[in-house]
Ligand binder design. Structure first.
Ligand code: ADP
Ligand code: SF4
Ligand code: MG
Length: 272
């Protein structure tokens, strides 16, 4: 079983990329489980044709862990992808990370944490103990950082790289960096910048995903690109991403940048 996580800044395109990746993998006949680990709980929405599935945290709060069965939390979406949303704490109180832990514990109890590939879609703005939990506890074995060329998303990706590097120092190595995905914001020199960033942190850019109107149209139609426009160029990009991720065996321990180095890198490419 392959367990991969996409970590990145909020709004960078984690859920769009995760859902299309899962759909592309599901279309090849693989059994895929996608777990949204973002309090925004919309990771699997396009796979579920716009439906907001109940979150694990909401159900645990309502009726307690013991009363939940698999069908309450695992929903089958496009291409047979099994969808789960961890959900978020009540605003102002509670810890999102605890929701992620509760989700894994529940799925383990239900025997539902399985399949050919598990895709974790994790918010990477705050690399606290809570959001690092999938990496720390050995669930997210291969971590992909998703970023654009914007400094703030590179900053978030670099912070996640710091967390992986720190976790790698422990005796029980639980996760490694598997690559960097550039989800484009159409900036000049962006592809080269992200490639250079990936190389500087001892990794590689595994995919460049163009900014595409097809993504917007698919979203307005409450579908993944894979379902909405299977013949489109963008669907081809996600299909290649799925193939490359399945083939990828290169993982590394990242060497994160100092903030000054990161800024210098971004400045250099902005002047292209
Ligand atoms: P995240 O999960 O990181 O918060 P989302 O996947 O929800 O981000 O994406 C945020 C917005 O950006 C969505 O409206 C999505 O349709 C859009 N988006 C993501 N990737 C692309 C892309 N490659 N081209 C065009 N729009 C995109
Ligand atoms: Fe929030 Fe993270 Fe602290 Fe939990 S561990 S309360 S998610 S900052
Ligand atoms: Mg998301």
């Amino acid at each position: 079983m392959k367990q991969i996580a996409l970590y990145g800044k909020g709004g960078i395109g984690k859920s769009t990329t995760s859902a299309n990746l899962s759909a592309a993998l599901g279309e090849t006949g693989l059994d895929i489980l996608q777990i949204g680990c973002d309090p925004k709980h919309d990771s699997t929405r396009m796979l579920m044709h716009g439906a907001w599935i109940p979150t694990v945290l909401d159900l645990v709060r309502e009726r307690g862990d013991a009363a939940i069965v698999t069908d309450d939390v695992v929903f089958t979406g496009y291409a047979g992808v099994r969808c789960v949303e961890a959900g978020g704490p009540e605003p102002g109180i509670g810890c999102a990370g605890r929701g992620i832990i509760a989700t894994f514990q529940l799925l383990e109890r239900l025997g539902a944490l399985n399949g050919d590939v598990i895709v974790y879609d994790v918010l990477g703005d705050v690399v606290c103990g809570g959001f690092a939990m999938p990496m720390r506890e050995g669930y997210a074995k291969e971590v992909y950082l998703i970023t654009s060329g914007e400094l703030m998303s590179l900053y978030a990706a670099n912070n996640i790289a710091k967390a992986i590097a720190r976790l790698a120092k422990r005796s029980r190595q639980t996760c490694a960096l598997a690559g960097v995905i550039c989800n484009s914001k159409n900036m000049e020199g962006e592809e080269d910048l992200v490639r250079e960033f990936a190389s500087r942190i001892n990794s590689a850019m595994v995919a460049y995903i163009p900014r595409s109107r097809t993504v917007t149209l698919a979203e307005l139609n409450r579908q993944t690109v894979m379902e909405y426009a299977p013949e489109s160029e963008q669907a081809g990009v996600y299909r290649r991403l799925a193939e490359d991720i399945m083939k990828n065996t290169r993982t590394s321990i990242p060497t994160p940048l100092e903030i000054d180095e990161l800024e210098e890198l971004a400045r250099r490419f902005a002047q292209v």
